[in-house]
Design a protein around this ligand. Structure first.
Ligand code: IPD
Ligand code: CA
Ligand code: CA
Ligand code: CA
Length: 263
């Protein structure tokens, strides 16, 4: 795989998809629900996934595609080249705010992340990473992350995890919120990964993410030295939903060992 020519191709494909999404603001969209009343999907999520798939099938016929909306392939393994796509990450924000959502795309070869993209469509900001070639915010190369401490950190966390819940001990998570400098919740896992990679936040934790939520951001974040794993400290599994943390390397272990207690 020639990463540099693929990179050029993918950037133009993502920009074209972003243009289509921005144009959708001018017309009525159809909103449906999936697993529950707050799990939204629109015709635009589906159309953008289909747009990517038709181009990838035409131009890279040997590659496979994993897309959130299910128009791609089904998977038993990650052999060969796999495009992992979330056409709109942050659909709730797309519907309610018309901002704070992103296109997320990761290209994996035999399970190894090669290229990663997160496109903040409304701000026209593209984050990308090339395995071994660095990570970028538009044309600016992102610096390796500096060491930090829990006390000086901004952590991305959803408020749900400080209320009683059946997955984690919320008292431990409350202590995390009390000890850090600040918390944020943007509602797009992909953007939150991009913010950790660009040093705007120091960690982001989520109880349940899918491969397409993290595939692009993992490549970008790891290029600047951020650590990704599930809550057990194991590498993210790109075949299934799991818990997820991305963090500055100096606080990753401490967050997991002192502040996240799975029930
Ligand atoms: C969701 C967003 C959200 C995260 C959810 C994801 P979607 O993706 O990333 O921030 O908390 O777990 O499912 O459905 O908007 O693509
Ligand atoms: Ca969704
Ligand atoms: Ca998503
Ligand atoms: Ca989505």
């Amino acid at each position: 795989m020639d990463l540099h020519s693929m990179d050029t191709y993918i950037k133009s494909l993502i920009k074209e998809a972003g243009h289509r999404i921005r144009n959708s603001f001018l017309v009525d969209i159809t909103i449906e629900t999936k697993s529950d009343a707050n799990d939204l999907v629109t015709n635009i999520d589906k159309e953008i996934e289909q747009f990517f798939i038709s181009r990838i099938r035409r131009d890279f016929p040997g590659h496979r595609i994993l897309g959130e909306e299910g128009f791609g392939d089904t998977f038993e393994d990650l052999d060969g080249v796999v495009w992992m796509l979330d056409p709109i990450d942050g659909t709730m924000n797309f519907v309610h705010q018309k901002r704070n959502f992103a296109i997320s795309l990761g290209i994996y070869e035999n399970g190894i992340g090669k290229l990663g993209y997160i496109y903040d469509v409304v701000n026209d900001d593209l984050y990308h990473g090339i395995q071994g070639g660095g990570a970028y915010y538009n044309d600016e190369r992102l610096r390796p992350l500096f060491d930090t401490s829990i006390e000086e950190s901004i952590v991305g966390i959803n408020a749900t995890w400080i209320t009683p819940n059946r997955y984690i001990d919320h008292e431990a998570t409350i202590r995390l919120v009390q000890h850090v400098r600040g918390t944020r919740s943007y509602g797009s896992a992909a953007l939150e990964l991009a913010y950790v990679a660009s040093g705007r936040m120091d960690a982001y934790i989520s109880m349940r993410l899918s491969p397409w939520d993290i595939a692009g951001g993992k490549v970008i974040a790891e290029e600047v030295g951020a650590v990704t794993s599930n809550f057990k400290g194991e590498p993210a599994n790109l075949m299934k939903q799991d818990t997820f943390i991305v963090a500055n390397p100096s606080i990753h272990h401490r967050i997991l060992s002192e502040y996240i207690r799975l029930k």
